[in-house]
Design a protein around this ligand. Structure first.
Ligand SMILES: [Zn+2]
Ligand SMILES: [Zn+2]
Length: 178
């Protein structure tokens, strides 16, 4: 990955984008900038599920990567789904250059608990690194603490670290921050 572009989508609050634009370069060793682009959400809203179709929104990001060398992560706060699953935290093109994540289910408030901004931001960071790891060709890792471990709940996310394990770092050919 040579450059990373972060595109805030929908009602995403700016502080999340700002936080990620500072933290992701440290973890991924890549420059990151925020790009404001109009990404349509409404056509991909499913009113029965009250969620947005992840794959369709991810597809909206592809033109922003075409002909460029950068990777893209779209960051949003609306709830995402793919038809076979109740929800997804995010989605990415395996070995491609586009990724998408939602912070919707990363808020403590979502689970009826008092909001914890710091915890929320760090969960967003792990989810962003995870999806971008997929764009770099990484599949799910069995190491419980590796950021590439599959997460089905925030409990799973909270167990993980925000960095690639030594094995995943080796695959990527980058120094391990473990
Ligand atoms: Zn994954
Ligand atoms: Zn790993």
């Amino acid at each position: 990955m040579q450059n990373l572009v972060l595109i805030p989508i929908g009602a995403m609050t700016r502080n999340v984008a700002d936080f990620l634009s500072l933290s992701l370069p440290e973890i991924l060793n890549v420059p990151c900038r925020i790009m404001e682009e109009a990404v349509a959400l409404e056509p991909f809203y499913n009113s029965d599920r009250k969620q947005y179709h992840s794959t369709e929104i991810l597809r909206q990001l592809l033109p922003f990567a075409k002909g460029k060398k950068h990777h893209i992560i779209g960051v949003m706060d609306e709830d995402l789904y793919i038809p076979i699953l109740t929800f997804v935290f995010g989605e990415a093109q395996l070995g491609g250059r586009c990724a998408l994540m939602s912070g919707h289910r990363l808020h403590q408030e979502f689970y009826g608990l008092p909001e914890d901004e710091s915890l929320y931001l760090h969960r967003c960071e792990k989810e962003a690194v995870h999806e971008l790891g997929h764009t770099l060709g990484l599949k799910h890792c069995q190491n419980f603490e590796c950021v590439m471990r599959y997460s089905n709940s925030v409990a799973d996310i909270d167990i993980k670290r925000n960095v690639f394990c030594p094995g995943c770092s080796e695959v990527l050919g980058i120094p391990s921050l473990w």
